[in-house]
Structure formats: structure tokens, C-alpha cells
Design a binder for this molecule. Structure first.
Ligand code: ADP
Ligand code: ADP
Length: 215
């Protein structure tokens, strides 16, 4: 399975991609998680990405393409992947197409998860992530067992999940990422999935789409 999960900020891409990756036995590759790990580790990549992320803007395409190119060259990703939050611009989609063509493979499907804007804001502002393992919770809809993660790690709020930055990220999505809808629709690989309802329900909808692909 070679799939892309697309959608506005906090639509549930990470929640669904983690589960699908485990179920289909392919790596879950999230550019957002890779950037956050680089920031936490204080690497050059983290320093390059930080300002853009905190402002709700996209990290420049050349930087993003660089990390994805490296990750997709690793052995586990050669057999399949669930990409989460990448591509986010038309040039990134073109770059991905070139990487896959050079490996003589193609995307099976691009799933666009749709959620109304008011709900996105509530999902983002209630999101908490584990500092240790990266697991994602929601204070209301997917609360942690106690005050900490199941792994014992402390839960933190992402800096870019403040209401102002969420609005900025939504605007970035509308202008820079939404054009991918037409791009992948023209390619014939787009499937639009309703992202409302509980995570199990959304999962079932995506699995139905996956099962319809020629694997
Ligand atoms: P994304 O990766 O698209 O930004 P996440 O998977 O991190 O989104 O989800 C954003 C927030 O919404 C998290 O707090 C998550 O627990 C919560 N969430 C995810 N899916 C659902 C859902 N179907 N219903 C309610 N809350 C959800
Ligand atoms: P969400 O989907 O909730 O907005 P992510 O964790 O996917 O969050 O991404 C967090 C931030 O990381 C984005 O707002 C953006 O600044 C940066 N980022 C992630 N993926 C990309 C990408 N493909 N291109 C450019 N920037 C990215």
C-alpha cells in the first residue's frame, strides 16, 4: 500500500495514519513529526523549520523534499507507506511523483479527510501530545488514562495549536494545499472521506477505500 492522507490541520490524519500503518504493515511517515523531532533534537533541520511551523506557514519545499527523499529511500518505505501531511503543495506532489517513478512504483490512493472548520479548531486546541512517544490525545474526545501518556511520558500542547496559529494554518491550507485536490483528482487517485464521527468510524471509511484499490 502506497497511500497519502491529506486534509486540513487536525483533521485526524495522524490518528488514522498511525493505525493504518500498523494494520497494513507499512511505515507511517509524517513530515510534521519529523520536523518536531528535529526541533526537539536541536538539529540544523529543526532550526530551519521552527520559525515557519510556529508562524503557521509551510516549511520551504526544498527542505521538505530533502527529508522525504531520504526517508523514502529507506528499506522499509520501499515496500509501501502511509504519508501523513505530505505533499502539501503542487511542487511537492510533483517531486513525490518523480521519486516514485524513479523506483518504478505509483501511489495507490490519496485520501482527503474532510472536517468542518469549527470542528477542526476544537480538535486542534484540545490536542495534547506525548513528549516521549508522540502519541496523540484529545482532552475531550480521546483523553489520556490519567494526567500522563500510557507510556508515562508528559503530555504537552503543540505551540502551533493556539487558536491564532490554527487560523493561520487553515489559511495556509486553503491557499497552498487545497489545489492538490484538483491535481490528484485529475490523476484519478483522489478519494474524499468524511472525517466526522468517531475515529473508528473514520477508520472504517478509509479501509473501505484501501480495499477498493488494486493492491
Ligand atoms: P492531524 O494529524 O490531521 O493534524 P490528529 O490526528 O493529530 O490530526 O488529530 C487532531 C486532534 O483531534 C487530536 O487531538 C485527536 O485526538 C483528535 N481526533 C482525531 N480524530 C478524531 C475524531 N474522529 N473525532 C474526534 N477527535 C478526533
Ligand atoms: P497539521 O496537519 O495538524 O497542520 P503537521 O504535524 O502535519 O500538522 O504539521 C505541522 C507543521 O509542520 C505544518 O504547519 C508545517 O509548518 C510543517 N509541515 C508539515 N508537513 C509539511 C509539508 N509537507 N510541507 C511544508 N511544511 C510542512
Amino acid at each position: 500500500m502506497r497511500a497519502v492522507l491529506m486534509g486540513p490541520p487536525s483533521a485526524g490524519k495522524g490518528t488514522q495514519a498511525a493505525r493504518l500503518g500498523t494494520e497494513f504493515g507499512v511505515p507511517h511517515i509524517s513530515t510534521g513529526d519529523m520536523f518536531r523531532a528535529a526541533i526537539a533534537a536541536g538539529t540544523d533541520l529543526g532550526q530551519q523549520a521552527r520559525g515557519f511551523i510556529e508562524a503557521g506557514k509551510l516549511v520551504p519545499d526544498d527542505v521538505t523534499m530533502g527529508i522525504v527523499r531520504e526517508r523514502l529511500a529507506e528499506a522499509d518505505a520501499r515496500l509501501g507507506f502511509v504519508l501523513d501531511g505530505f505533499p502539501r503543495t503542487v511542487p511537492q506532489a510533483e517531486g513525490l511523483g518523480e521519486i516514485l517513478a524513479s523506483q518504478d512504483v505509483k501511489l495507490d490512493v490519496v485520501v482527503l479527510i474532510e472536517v468542518p472548520e469549527e470542528e477542526l479548531i476544537r480538535r486542534a486546541t484540545g490536542r495534547r501530545i506525548c513528549q516521549q512517544c508522540g502519541r496523540v490525545y484529545h482532552i475531550e474526545w480521546n483523553p489520556p488514562p490519567g494526567h500522563a501518556c500510557e507510556c508515562g511520558g508528559a503530555l504537552v500542547q503543540r505551540k502551533d495549536d493556539s487558536p491564532e496559529t490554527v487560523k493561520e494554518r487553515l489559511a495556509t491550507y486553503r491557499t497552498q494545499t487545497e489545489p492538490l485536490r484538483d491535481y490528484y483528482s485529475a490523476e484519478g487517485s483522489l478519494a474524499v472521506v468524511d472525517g466526522t464521527g468517531d475515529p473508528d468510524e473514520v477508520h472504517r471509511r478509509i479501509v473501505r477505500v484501501f480495499e477498493g484499490c488494486s493492491l
